[in-house]
Design a protein around this ligand. Structure first.
Ligand code: NAD
Length: 306
């Protein structure tokens, strides 16, 4: 049994940390939101009221935070992980953040005497609950090998992507492709509806045809078709528009740095920004389907109850 500290018990961190409890580890958790701590306790996580407490006795530290700025604050702050964690602790950041910040965290961690990996994930909240996430892990081979033991109870697949920051690079490109697939599902689901197709009949066809994708299987934006879709719950977030806009922005920034033209990603990013402008940043990113409808109306979406 290993003492694992978990910082960030949100939509992903909650179910991921629960799988470490199930694997027999002593998991201590901390989040700024009380409700996240209540839910983590119900999964056997011992919650702590401060970052000092959660890091006490840590052998491994996982972080699952929204953005690069949160990872910076949690690792580099005066009362942060590098200042407070026991020196032999292994540090694993599974948040999706920009490559530059990830590389900076690697350097700062090494400078403070810690082993660190960037280990973002793919698979959504359903993969987090099922323990089938894909982990993309960047860092020194020895450290990645050490990290695998602790990642394993949450993972379907663990891939060593290369040196520091390459886990984040892989994740950013993967998510960019997901958002383009989601835009395809958004447009396709509304067009199929307006052409009078039964949504289940159309989904069954696309599902075994060339229109198939992870987005179609997991996030299809029509209620009553896919269990894990936010469309079943008036677009309550499984992956929020705010996080999708952040990740799409990371891909566009990488495109600018490398001179790669990304028109489809730009469109998806604009759709997520549109949701944020309308005040829907905390709803699911698959709500972009409404922009395909001429009247903004899609099945499963009731703005009055949002
Ligand atoms: P979330 O907003 O549900 O959870 C993030 C949690 O971090 C929140 O509960 C927040 O209170 C907490 N937090 C922020 N700052 C903190 C601090 N200083 N100390 C302690 N807790 C702090 O987000 P999420 O959906 O769980 O996503 C987390 C990360 O995983 C993001 O980087 C996201 O891009 C990535 N991700 C999400 C999904 C998904 O489907 N939701 C899938 C893959 C990757």
């Amino acid at each position: 049994m290993t003492t694992i500290s978990w910082i960030g018990l949100g939509r992903m961190g909650g179910p991921m940390s629960a799988n470490l409890v199930k694997a027999g580890h002593d998991v201590r958790g901390f989040d700024l939101i009380k409700q996240a701590m209540v839910e983590a306790r119900s999964h056997g996580v011992t919650t702590c009221d401060s970052i000092e407490d959660v890091l006490d006795g840590a052998q491994v530290v996982f972080t699952m935070l929204p953005k690069g700025e949160h990872s910076r604050a949690v690792y580099l702050g005066d009362r942060g992980v590098l200042a407070l964690a026991p020196k032999n602790a292994l540090l694993i950041d599974s948040s999706t953040i920009d490559v530059e910040t990830a590389v900076e965290l690697h350097k700062a961690a090494a400078g403070a005497g810690f082993d660190f990996v960037d280990a973002p994930v793919s698979g959504g909240i359903s993969g987090a609950a099922a323990g089938t996430l894909t982990f993309m892990v960047g860092g020194e081979t020895d450290t990645v090998e050490k990290a695998k033991e602790f990642i394993d109870p949450m993972a379907g697949r663990i891939v060593h992507t290369g040196e520091a920051g390459t886990g984040q690079a892989a994740k950013i490109v993967n998510n960019m492709m997901l958002f383009i697939s989601l835009e395809a599902c958004a447009e396709g689901s509304v067009l199929a509806d307006r052409l009078g197709l039964d949504p289940q009949v159309f989904w069954d066809i696309a599902s075994v045809s060339s229109g198939n994708s992870w987005a179609l299987q997991t996030w299809y934006p029509v209620p009553g078709i896919v269990d894990s879709a936010a469309a079943n719950n008036n677009f309550k977030a499984t992956f929020s528009a705010a996080l999708a806009a952040k990740d799409a922005g990371l891909a566009l920034a990488a495109g600018e740095q490398t001179g790669v033209d990304l028109p489809a990603a730009r469109l998806a990013a604009q759709r997520f920004e549109q949701l944020i402008t309308e005040g829907y940043e905390n709803l699911d990113c698959s709500l972009i389907a409404k922009y395909a409808a001429p009247d903004g109306k899609i099945k499963g979406w009731n703005p009055e109850q949002a």
